[in-house]
Design a protein around this ligand. Structure first.
Ligand code: PAF
Length: 282
């Protein structure tokens, strides 16, 4: 596996590879890789000639009160996970490479960025869209692989690609879960032993709402009530949102049509840790 840190070296490398007709797959990450990321790399491996994993803890997508400085980092571990999963190039630019002095561009996407995460982290998706656009330009992928765990992020990135006609395909890969259902996330490392046990309530709550929908329930408030009631059986948990929305648009009708895909979206806080998860019911 090759290690590239310079933005210009990365771009020169991919432009040469593209001239040779190689299909490039990119897996953008913030590092502290886990099996969820490894599954994205494996998927990219199966569909590309060259797999590039990017690791960059992007300061632009963290608000001042968030966990940018304590976000977990472990280069050696990341190297080994990426290599085993079949990555060819690990691209780890510094903040100065990504945002050289005088950098002033901000990409802001309307609509899908506004609800849910957009309410609680108002600047987050501008930071994501800006860094993802730059990573796409530096790695020039034919396909880029993202995890469904960040459902709204996937929608924002798809909108970015569609609106700016960026010539690549976004591949959304299934959420990887621990045996007890907790969605894999680099931030799970923040959970205390007690909160780690409590965290299984997110998956239970999603499953309870899924069962209700599968029994024919289409009223949004009743679906959201079961999500919230299940979550609140756990002491010490606070809900940012527990919502049902149209799986394609994130709109929230009073009642879903029988054929409408529904996404269940959760963001909760357990102690100092914020967890998100989702489930699509079609
Ligand atoms: O999902 C992530 O890890 C990040 O938001 C991403 C897409 C790499 C952008 O920094």
């Amino acid at each position: 596996m090759q290690h590239i840190q310079s933005a210009s070296v990365m771009q020169t490398f991919v432009l040469a590879a593209r001239r040779e007709g190689k299909r490039i797959g990119a897996v953008p990450t913030m590092g502290y890789l886990h099996d969820g990321h490894a599954s994205l790399v494996r998927m990219a491996r199966a569909e590309s000639d060259i797999v590039i994993t990017t690791i960059f803890v992007n300061p632009l997508q963290f608000a001042p009160n968030e966990d940018f400085t304590r976000y977990p980092r472990d280069f050696e571990r990341d190297w080994s996970i990426a290599e085993k999963a079949g990555c060819d190039v690990l691209f780890t630019p510094s903040p100065e490479e990504m945002y050289p002095q005088g950098f002033q561009t901000n990409i802001s996407i309307g609509g899908v960025s506004a609800p849910f995460e957009g309410v609680f982290r108002p600047t987050h998706f501008d930071g994501v869209a800006t860094v993802v656009a730059k990573l796409f330009l530096l790695t020039q992928p034919d396909k880029a692989f993202f995890g469904q765990k960040d459902y709204q992020q996937c929608m924002v990135v798809k909108k970015l690609v569609r609106d700016l006609a960026i010539p690549l395909e976004i591949v959304v890969c299934p959420t990887q879960r621990e045996n007890d259902g907790l969605a894999m996330s680099s931030r799970n490392v923040y959970l205390s032993a007690e909160d780690r046990i409590k965290s299984t309530i997110l998956w239970k709550s999603l499953q309870a709402a899924q069962n209700l929908i599968q029994q024919g329930e289409r009223h949004r408030d009743r679906i959201e009530t079961i999500l919230k009631e299940t979550l609140l059986t756990m002491n010490g948990l606070t809900i940012d949102y527990a919502a049902a929305a149209d799986a394609d648009t994130l709109e929230q009708p009073t009642e879903f049509a029988p054929t409408q895909g529904i996404v269940l979206l959760l963001a909760v806080r357990l102690g100092a840790t914020r967890l998100i998860d989702n489930l699509v019911v079609r």
